[in-house]
Write a protein that binds this ligand. Structure first.
Ligand code: ADP
Ligand code: AMP
Length: 213
């Protein structure tokens, strides 16, 4: 099963993608996580990506598309995957579509996690991320067992540089301009499914699993 998660930054794509990956035993592929790992390791890609990420801008398609196509060509993606944070532009969606068509494959579901902008800034300022294993928490809604420490790997949790309120406003603007058009793109392909992302995380997941079967 090949799934795409759509939604504004902070809508809960990553939270749901991790749960989907576990339930359906498919890899969770997050371009944001790949960039953050590269930044942490000080790679050239990481240095280039950070320039854009810190400003709340998208990393250019030339850099993003290649890492995604390389990732989904790995053997563990043979039976499907859940994409989180990709595609974010129409050209990215078109490249993915072409690559899949060549393999006689297609996306099964594009799950749109809908959350109004008013809720987003609050969610982002409360988000805490583990840069080691990619786990995500919220200080009020989804707190870790021990404050500031990742439940999964015991590393320290951080407020992402791009989750500061002024950057979040930029990211929302970029989302509406460049990413929201994907909703029409995947509606046109007949695979778009929308869920109400303002509900508690377990209820959002229930709605998603009733769609995926
Ligand atoms: P995205 O991947 O779409 O940017 P995340 O999955 O990282 O979003 O979620 C953003 C923040 O909101 C995180 O702090 C997360 O713990 C929290 N969150 C996710 N889902 C919910 C929910 N259903 N209700 C409340 N908070 C949530
Ligand atoms: P995320 O972890 O999905 O919120 O992504 C964090 C940041 O990484 C984004 O704000 C972008 O700067 C960058 N990024 C992640 N995925 C993409 C993508 N598909 N295209 C362009 N930039 C991306």
């Amino acid at each position: 099963m090949k799934i795409i998660m759509l939604g504004a930054p902070g809508a809960g794509k990553g939270t749901q993608a991790k749960m989907i990956a576990e339930r359906y035993q498919i890899p969770h592929v997050s371009t944001g996580d790949i960039f953050r790992a590269n930044i942490k390791n000080g790679t050239e890609l990481g240095k280039q990506a950070k320039e854009y990420m810190d400003k709340g801008l998208l990393v250019p398609d030339e850099l993003t598309v290649k890492i995604l196509l390389d990732r989904v060509a790995q053997p563990d993606c043979k039976n499907g995957y859940v994409l989180d944070g990709f595609p974010r532009t129409i050209p990215q969606a078109e490249v993915l579509d072409e690559a899949l068509t060549k393999l006689n494959e297609s996306i099964d579901y594009a799950v749109n996690v809908e959350v109004p902008d008013e809720n987003i800034v609050k969610r982002m300022s409360g988000r805490r991320a583990c840069l080691k294993c990619g786990a995500t928490y919220h200080i009020e809604h989804i707190p870790p067992k021990q404050e500031g420490i990742c439940d999964t790997c015991g590393s320290e949790l951080v407020l992402r540089d791009d989750d500061k309120p002024e950057t979040v406003q930029n990211r929302l603007k970029v989302y509406h301009e460049q990413t929201q058009p994907l909703i029409d793109f995947y509606t046109g392909k007949g695979v778009l499914k929308t869920v109400d992302g303002t509900q508690p995380m377990e209820k959002v997941f229930e709605d998603i699993t009733s769609i995926l079967g």
